[in-house]
Design a protein around this ligand. Structure first.
Ligand code: GLN
Ligand code: ZN
Length: 755
């Protein structure tokens, strides 16, 4: 008998109910009890929905008020000292966001990306003398809630090794030494769940898809040998990639079952089957938990058949990973193109697909109609004229080395750019956006709603641009920007103007806490029907003699922040995006814009979990960037901007982008993040951010001079640009004015020192 189960369900609700409840709670508009009952209502609804899809086992513990890693830290009693020892909701929100409902500020836990997803978790903190003890009762309570509804819960725990791996600790201390103190708490949790009547526990160890040091690999045997004595069955869940060299080790761990991701890593199946014993349960992740496409059920059934030839034990079917990373319900989308909608599946639809798969295995005749409908949707999508654009494909076919190569090497370009732009040393600029005032948002909103005419909209936007230009001239900045008032989001703005993109009405995905993003869907060949930014940049340039910098989002970031089509390699979609952006770059140049910045905020995010696959990604990502930046004259200056600053391990690729200028975030690390550039002897110009835009504090001229001196000593003052860490759209004009005035003054002080 084949069983179906789920690894986790989106928890905010199809209308983002939990988001709004949390925000009301934080504002003090509702109390703890009200928040609690909204949360309980959502859990029930989501369980019911999963039960209605015929799941044999329903996950519990995947619900969270903020983050499941934080929940785990609390459960283990790993609460950093500064938060005190109470484990109530106030402590929880202090750890999550630096503030509970009383408004007293705390230093929140650090937040970072969950593997290669766009979800962020709160980083656990451990000390060398860390003690653990079972705290709170969330997982037990939730299991009991579901049992009360008459269903079999499968509690989901983040495994001890993954939790420890993600934890932050003082350097010089081996956190793996804490494992022996941690395991008894896991043992206690498992025994309590068993006593409560739980049969299966899903224990997530996604680090098994990473490159692991030898000691960590060994620790898996040690840990699971110890947990073996607990009277529950453990389903060890791995996802986001391949077990690779850990396959044999993982298959032999003394657990009752193993889940593998066959969407991200179908090739691992052979190695798993080679090592897997028939007395265990094998759970196949066949439905894509990371993307929104309808599953090719025939292909999934073929995989099941392959497995069945060799594996005689109990088989479970599941999504590849938790469904946290996809929107809740496609039925909600009443405005989607009816030709495209049948190609899609959100969380709910994915569970239905699981149900059909099971039926097709157990009672093939009963599943015929459903399978036929699925096959039709898959075929229609593949053959649809909507996704294929012959002009785009002709463009791709012509891609050769020359398209990704500037006319001359950097030193030649630098000389030409210096002659043309005549900038002072330590040139000052900003990263693109200026404060998004309520008036700006209102104008965009009214235009979108059709309440104001296009002419009115353009007039108001031009007014804002004029204002930004005057402000920058008054501040004495050297390279100006138009301010990006017309954009609410750096991906959406471009996606809405490109062919091949689709936007949902309710396709929200949790990014962190109560924050959601609504990624666009790239469903077809991407092309640019008309210029996207030229009118604004051109207008801005017409107002000033200073050089105006055009602002674009790069192909890799557009790709990494969207749901991407799965019927061709990601690199192909990246090249299509690159060709579209290239046209925009060339049009900006033609319209008289001398400097063009191509933002690649998400460049690093696309790195695969395994280092052995990094180079392949970096090769095509770099190429995509170069395709869009290389169509211009040597005298046109290309900038790029990246917010994150861990460059050490990818600095060679960053250099290969060959942008004339790169601006990065460095102020909070006291320029230490420049180390990668120094060690590598990075050849082109650099703008290390001199102040943190996340804070409303106005930095002093002295602070910034000091930072620039450090930077100058490290990379050479002739290469330096002077700019903030990132865009200013979240700030207020008052602090922006003060900060930029001091920044411009800092540049003057340094120029004077040069003599
Ligand atoms: N140009 C964008 C801005 O200034 C860059 C934003 C980003 O890198 N996240 O807002
Ligand atoms: Zn940035």
């Amino acid at each position: 008998m084949t069983k179906i189960h789920n690894l986790g369900f989106p928890r905010l609700g199809e209308n983002r109910e939990l988001k709004f409840a949390l925000e009301r709670y934080w504002r003090g508009d509702i109390d703890h009890a009200t928040l609690g009952s909204i949360a309980a209502g959502l859990r029930q609804r989501h369980w019911q929905l999963q039960a209605n899809s015929g799941l044999d086992l329903i996950p519990v513990g995947d619900f969270s008020y903020y983050d499941q890693v934080l929940d785990t830290s609390i459960m283990l009693g790993a609460i950093p000292e500064r938060f005190g020892s109470s484990i109530g909701l106030d402590t929880y929100f202090r750890m999550a966001r630096g503030q509970a409902s009383d408004g007293v500020p705390f230093r929140a836990c650090e937040m970072t990306k969950w593997f290669d997803t766009n979800y962020h978790y709160l980083v656990p903190e451990v000390t060398p003398d860390q003690q653990f003890e079972l705290s709170g009762s969330k997982i037990f309570d939730e299991a009991r809630e579901l049992q009360a509804l008459g269903y079999q819960p499968k509690p989901v725990l983040l495994g001890p090794l993954t939790w420890l791996w993600l934890a932050k600790t003082a350097s010089g201390f081996n956190k793996l030494d804490l494992l022996d103190r941690l395991l008894p708490v896991y043992g206690e949790i498992l025994r309590r769940l068993a006593a409560q009547g739980v049969e299966w526990v899903q224990i997530d160890e996604p680090i098994l898809v990473l490159d692991l040091p030898y000691a960590w690999r060994n620790a898996f045997e040690r840990a699971y040998n110890r947990l073996q004595s607990c009277p529950v069955k453990l389903l060890l869940a791995t996802y986001f990639g391949e077990l690779g060299e850990h396959a044999s080790l993982t298959c032999k761990l003394p657990v009752a079952g193993l889940h593998i991701d066959l969407v991200r890593a179908p090739e691992q199946l052979t190695a798993v089957l080679d090592n897997f014993a028939n007395h265990k349960v094998l759970s196949l992740g066949l439905i894509d938990g990371r993307n929104i496409w309808r599953t090719d059920l025939k292909a999934a059934l073929a995989t099941v058949a392959t497995v069945r030839e060799r594996f005689k034990g109990e088989l479970w079917l599941a999504p590849s990973c938790s469904l946290l990373h996809v929107p809740v319900d496609l039925e909600r989308e009443t405005d989607l193109d009816p030709a495209i909608k049948p190609w899609l599946a959100f969380a709910r639809q994915k569970l239905t697909e699981l149900e059909i798969l099971r039926l097709a295995i157990e009672e093939p005749a009963a599943a015929e109609t459903e399978l036929a409908a699925s096959a039709t949707a898959i075929r229609t999508r593949r053959e649809s004229g909507l996704i294929h654009n012959p002009a785009v494909q002709a463009g791709l076919a012509k891609l050769d080395g020359t398209l990704a190569q500037r006319q001359n090497p950097f030193p030649v370009r630098q000389a030409q750019q210096r002659a043309k732009l005549k900038l002072p040393s330590y040139p000052t600029t900003t990263i693109g956006s200026f404060p998004q005032t309520p008036e700006i948002r209102k104008t965009r909103h009214e235009f979108k709603q059709g309440q104001i005419s296009e002419a009115d909209y353009v007039r108001r936007m031009e007014h804002t641009i004029g204002f930004c230009v005057r402000e920058q001239e008054n501040l004495g900045l050297d390279v100006l920007v138009h301010g990006e008032a017309e954009r609410n989001d750096m991906v959406e703005y471009f996606g809405e103007q490109l062919d091949g993109f689709l936007f949902t009405g309710y396709g929200w995905v949790q990014s962190y806490g109560s924050r959601c993003v609504k990624p666009p869907i790239i469903y077809g060949d991407v092309s640019r029907p008309a210029p996207m930014t030229v009118r604004w940049s051109h207008y801005a340039q017409s107002l000033t003699d200073k050089p105006m910098k055009g602002m674009l989002t790069g192909p890799v970031t557009l790709l990494n922040w969207s749901f991407v089509r799965d019927d061709q390699p990601r690199s192909t979609t990246a090249y299509q995006l690159a060709l579209a952006i290239r046209d925009e770059v060339n049009d900006l140049e033609r319209s008289g814009i001398p400097i063009i910045q191509i933002d690649e905020a998400a460049f690093r995010e696309g790195l695969p979990p395994r280092q052995s696959r990094w180079q392949a990604y970096l090769d095509w990502a770099v190429r995509a960037f170069r395709i869009c930046s290389s169509g211009v004259q040597d005298s046109t200056q290309i900038h790029t901007h990246m917010c994150y600053s861990e460059f050490n391990d990818i600095i060679a690729a960053i250099a290969e982008l060959d942008a004339d200028v790169i601006t990065i975030e460095t102020s909070r690390s006291n320029m230490e993040l420049l180390d990668a550039f120094i060690d590598f002897n990075y050849p082109n110009e650099i703008g290390p951010g001199v102040y943190d835009i996340h804070s409303p504090n106005v930095p002093t001229t002295g602070d910034m001079v000091a930072l620039l001196k450090i930077a100058g000593e490290r990379v050479g003052s002739d290469k330096l640009w002077v700019n903030p860490d990132c865009g200013l759209k979240t700030r207020q004009w008052e602090d922006v004015r003060g900060s930029l005035a001091n920044m411009a003054e800092a540049a003057k002080v340094l120029r004077a020192a040069l003599g």
